[in-house]
Each structure stands twice: as C-alpha cells, then as structure tokens.
Design a protein around this ligand. Structure first.
Ligand code: PXG
Length: 445
C-alpha cells in the first residue's frame, strides 16, 4: 500500500533512514514501507489500523500466537526479580529448570542442553560441539562438515558454510573443508505430492561418494534441516533421513538436525525428529522456544557427547564456548512460560490434527493460474509460481505485497510462497488465509 499520500501516517512514522534492515530490499521498502504496530492472537495490526492474519507465524517463530499474557507476565516478573546474572562460572536457577523441561520434550538421549541467543548461534555451537567431541575421543582429524544444497543454517560463518543458499555464500568467505549433499527438490518427479515425496531417498547415498572422496575419518558431522524451510518447504523424500542416519552410523559421523524451524510443533510432533522417527545426535533449536518473545536458541546433544567432553582436569573448562547471554534469565523465563502454554494447549501436536485441512486447502491451488507445485507437511506449506518472463521473483514479491494489502502475511523466497501460521490457527482462519492468498495469485499478471 502506498501510504505516501496519507499525511497522518507519514507524520506518525519515525525516520526510516538509520535502521539498516536485515534481509530486506532497504531502498524499495523505505519508499513504500509496510509497518506493523501491534499483534494479538492470529493477527497483526498495521500502522493504518488494518488487521492482518499472520500466515507465517512472524518468521516461523510465533507458534503460540501473539501477545501471550503468560509470557509477558513471566518476563516482567523476571526482570524485576533477576534481570541478569552471568552463566559463566556461576549460575541462576532458570536455565537449569528450562534445560530439564526441554530434555523432557526432545527424543530420548538428547538431554544435555546448551543455550544460545539465535538459530545462527545454535548452528555454530552445534558444529563446535561436534569438533570438540571428536577431538576428545582422539579423532581430532575429523574437521570436515557435510551440509546440503539449498540448506539454510543461519548467517554465522559456520552456518553459511554448511548452508547451501548461493546468496548467503556469494559475498562472504566460507569455512574450508565443507562439502554438500545434493538437495532433494525434484518437481519433475514429485510435483504436487502431499506430505513426503515418494522419490529421492537415493540422494542420501551421495554421502557415500563424499565419504569416499574425503575419507570418513576426516568428517565430523552432517547437518541438514529435516524439512528445508527457507528454501521453500522441502519435506524429505520417504526413507531419506533414515538412510542418512544409517550412513552416519556406518562412518562414525555425527548427524545434526537443524530444527530451528521444525522444532516446537511445526510438523505435528514436538520435533521433526519424532515425526520422522529418526534421531540425530545433536539438534539445534531457536524461534518457537520462546514463542519469539525474547531471543533465545538452544542446542540439545546426546548425553554421551556431553559426557565425553566432561573430562580433563576437574577445574578445566570443558567446552571453551558460550555467550554473555547464554541462559539469560529473562529469555529462560519466557521459554518456560512458552513451554507451559504448549503443554496446556497441546500445541506441539496440534499441527497433526489440522494437517488434513491444511493439506486440502493448499492442494486446492493445483490447477490455478501460475501455480507449478504445492508442498506441505505439518503446518508448513509452499506454493511455487511460474516466474514471469525475464523477471524471476517478481510474482512472488507481488503476491506477498498484495496479501499484506488485503489482510494476510505470507513469506516469499523468489517465486515460492511459504506459509506456516501460528499453531493456534482455527480451520476458518486457514480458509481465510487461502482465500486472501488465492485472490492475490489471481490478480497477478
Ligand atoms: N537454521 C534454520 C533452519 C533457520 O531456518 C536459522 C538457522 C537461523 O536462525 P536465526 O535466529 O539466527 O535467524 C534459521 C532462520 C525465511 C526465514 O523467511 C527463515 C529464517 C530466518 C529468517 C527468515 O525463510 N530462518
């Protein structure tokens, strides 16, 4: 919406020039900004007072919906009780409690939890834990990592190195010694498949080729998103994750699942690992951990990995790693309140209940003009649009802007539209989301 014509809006707006916006076309945005001023439940409110249905849970993170009083109260209480205390060589109760609560939700065995402040920090932490673990076992030569094309693992140097998005890698240097599995996106064989694709499990066997090339004893870990999120919702082909697990076991490689998006109920199970029945050695978490209210991430590791590192002189720091805000009291309070909501409202399995309605609504887009593929799993979905001739990405961008104008928030990457609403969404709201999205797609040239 071009609000430049509205003097009241323009005069209420802050100066937009100083904030260098992340992952944003800054110049384009500032010419025609989309500003959100409040949020409650399933809805955002824009600066001009319009309600917008949140079809993306913010950035895949507001799983319990917006403005949750339980979290706000816990945060306020905590700020007044203990605003901050270090977790280096001293501690305070909340992160201990929180780690115990997280360990009740994670797959059996993954019950040692390290705290970070974001998904990117969780990824880099997980990679470091993998290196430290092998070193502690006397296999310090295992320094390589294997990621996957189209993978997104945040923006740290570790994350962009194992990640496979060209735009994340083009400008920056990456770590040496990283190889990539092929991605699993094969619209020719799998287009309009509901849930997991039938074809493509054999892409996991590429790990054998990578191992043969570099030598198994030089590789520390393999990291994948169980369902690739940012690359446009790519569920793993049937049998694929199982094969990765088998091959990692065969060659002594740690398997890391990046569950920053898939964690906390997005798939219909607490974690994708449980949904697919494949247990990694390490998992990375963030986003839904605090319902996005206060930044926080975590890494859950197998107990044996943790215990292997608990060696050396008793006074020695076992893992030379941590953040000023690891286990921050306010973030921990927010996370504990969030996990309470998830439990009381059974949100971590709600996506499984809603998934048939969600799937049917999404796949009704098949046959619509411009639509070339639809994918879904749990409460995640993607619709691919044919790129406009000579202008790739423009249809995607226009769809996002149109939806914002007409009442729904969706995410787009190129010409792929991704939807992933808060897990509290109702069936009529799912219908509304697809109505707004459908009208936006119909309006495209
Ligand atoms: N791993 C995964 C799988 C992610 O999706 C990160 C790590 C990094 O998290 P932080 O908290 O450092 O941003 C992410 C982040 C999008 C989108 O629209 C996705 C993310 C972030 C912003 C936008 O797909 N994922």
């Amino acid at each position: 919406m071009n609000t430049a014509a509205s003097p009241s809006l323009a005069s209420n707006r802050p100066d937009l020039s100083a904030f260098w916006m992340p992952f944003t076309a800054n110049r384009q945005f500032k010419l025609d900004p989309r500003l959100i001023v409040s949020a409650k439940g399933m809805y955002y409110t824009t600066e001009d007072g319009r309600e917008i249905l949140d079809g993306s849970a913010g950035l895949w993170c507001v799983n319990a919906g917006h403005g949750r009083a339980e979290i706000a109260n816990a945060v306020q209480q905590q700020l007044l009780t203990l605003d901050y205390a270090p977790s280096f060589q001293m501690g305070h109760p909340l992160p201990f409690q929180l780690a115990t609560e997280i360990a009740k939700l994670t797959p059996p065995g993954l019950d040692r939890v390290f705290f970070t402040n974001s998904g990117s920090e969780s990824v880099d932490t997980a990679l470091k834990i993998a290196l430290a673990y092998h070193r502690a076992r006397g296999e310090g030569q295992r320094t390589r990592f294997v990621g996957r094309e189209r993978g997104y693992h945040g923006v740290g140097f570790g994350g962009i190195s194992v990640g496979g998005l060209v735009n994340n890698r083009r400008t920056f240097v990456t770590l040496p010694g990283v190889d990539h599995l092929p991605h699993t996106h094969e619209p020719k064989r799998n287009a309009f498949q509901r849930g997991q694709p039938e074809y493509g499990a054999e892409h996991a066997d590429e790990l054998e080729r990578i191992v043969a090339l570099h030598g198994a004893d030089t590789i520390a870990a393999v990291i994948v998103e169980p369902v690739a999120g940012s690359a446009g919702v790519l569920p793993p082909p049937k049998g694929y994750l199982e094969r990765l697990r088998t091959l990692c076991d065969k060659h002594g490689l740690l398997l890391i699942f990046d569950e920053v998006i898939t964690g906390f109920g997005r798939t219909g199970a607490p974690f994708a690992s449980q949904y697919f029945g494949v247990t990694p050695d390490i998992m990375t978490l963030a986003k839904g951990l605090t319902n996005a209210s206060v930044p926080m991430g975590a890494v859950a590791a197998r107990r044996e990995i943790h215990d292997t590192l608990m060696t050396g002189a008793p006074g020695a720091i076992e893992l030379f790693h941590g953040f000023t805000y690891s286990g921050h009291p306010v973030a921990s309070a927010a996370a504990l309140a969030t996990l309470g909501i998830y439990e009381r409202e059974k949100l971590l399995t709600r996506a499984a209940t809603l998934s048939p309605t969600w799937e049917a609504g999404l796949h009704a887009f098949r046959g619509r003009r411009h639509v070339t593929d639809v994918r879904n799993l749990g409460l995640m979905g993607a619709i691919d649009l044919a790129p406009r001739d000579g202008a790739p990405g423009v249809r995607g961008y226009e769809t996002m802007v149109k939806c914002f104008q007409t009442g729904a928030l969706v995410r787009t990457t190129g010409d792929t539209i991704a939807v992933s609403p808060p897990l509290i969404i109702r069936e009529d709201e799912i219908a509304r989301l697809f109505e707004v999205l459908g009208a936006a797609i119909d309006s495209l040239d």
